[in-house]
Design a protein around this ligand. Structure first.
Ligand SMILES: [Fe+2]
Ligand SMILES: [Fe+2]
Length: 301
């Protein structure tokens, strides 16, 4: 092993920062949701669906990335990269576990308490077209590695998975949800268990994105991958990401009004992050932030 390599250090960082999704306290979320629903006049099916929408999207997203990471583990040959990838596979599985638990212990408990029908976290209504398209494309980009493992196809796979799905969609979405349910908006419930889970997940995602960035930088430097390929691949996916993050904040009964962050704030956050990262990947002289910085939560201070 090369203890000084980024992959090895990221691996160690993941081991040292281990957390258990089963240990996050969710009882307060149930209480707060019940009180919130009780307080709001005319709280109906649609209002409840809006609350569930983002949670359903993230839960299914974590399932999808857990299932679609294995091809990369199959083709990587470096031992330190392999070490890191085992932690990423395990962490994606933990993220999926957290959402499954949240639905069972919070959503269904609230619905049972109110005598409502239990909602299905995999119902088609949660997943709009851009969502399905983005995850389909991600899956194809990963599985292509099993047929045709070229530097360009690896770069494309990292662009889909690490830069776009994790780096832009997940980190932006989690930031939005963390802000929305952190207790600072009168119109939204305060969900401390959900926010704690998001916080841990975002921190893991920071490390995953850093690994992908570093792999891309190496592919440019050592395999002559054209940085344009990276830019173009991500740019093609951006409209899909936007279609997802905007969808979850729409009020179906009043499309002009949104809860939580102002219009455009999420998009601005995503673009800022992405611009910095592209520079760090494509500029040979620029450094990818150290792992401690990647797992620290940007945008919180
Ligand atoms: Fe994840
Ligand atoms: Fe991840």
């Amino acid at each position: 092993m090369d203890r000084e390599s980024r992959s090895n250090r990221y691996f160690r960082n993941a081991v040292e920062r281990h957390w258990d999704p089963g240990e996050i306290d969710l009882e307060q979320d149930v209480e707060n949701l019940l009180a919130y629903i009780d307080r709001r006049e005319g709280f109906d099916d649609q209002a409840w669906a809006r609350t569930l929408n983002g949670i359903a999207k993230f839960g299914a997203g974590e399932d999808a990335v857990t299932e679609d990471l294995a091809p990369l583990a199959t083709v990587l040959e470096d031992i330190d990269d392999q070490l890191f990838l085992t932690t990423q596979l395990y962490e994606e599985a933990k993220h999926a576990d957290f959402f499954d638990r949240y639905w069972r212990e919070v959503i269904w408990t609230v619905e049972d308490e109110l005598g409502w029908e239990r909602s299905n976290p995999r119902d088609d209504r949660w997943f709009n077209e851009p969502y399905v398209e983005l995850f389909d494309r991600n899956r194809r980009a990963q599985y292509r590695l099993l047929e045709d493992d070229t530097p360009e196809n690896r770069a494309t796979a990292y662009c889909h998975y690490h830069l776009t799905v994790e780096g832009i969609l997940a980190q932006t979405g989690y930031y939005g949800m963390q802000t929305s349910y952190g207790g600072e908006f009168e119109d939204l419930p305060h969900l401390p268990g959900l926010v704690e889970g998001f916080t841990k997940i975002r921190s893991d995602e920071g490390r995953h994105v850093g690994f992908g960035m570093n792999q891309l930088k190496t592919l440019i430097r050592e395999e002559n991958v054209d940085p344009k390929l990276i830019e173009e691949t991500v740019n093609e996916l951006l409209p899909l990401v936007q279609g997802i993050t905007e969808d979850e904040r729409y009020q179906p009964d009043d499309p002009d009004e949104r809860l939580g962050l102002e219009d455009g704030e999420l998009a601005a956050y995503a673009v800022d992050k992405h611009t910095d990262r592209m520079q760090q990947i494509t500029d040979a002289a620029a450094d990818i932030p150290d792992v401690d910085e990647l797992v620290r939560l940007e945008g919180d201070d």
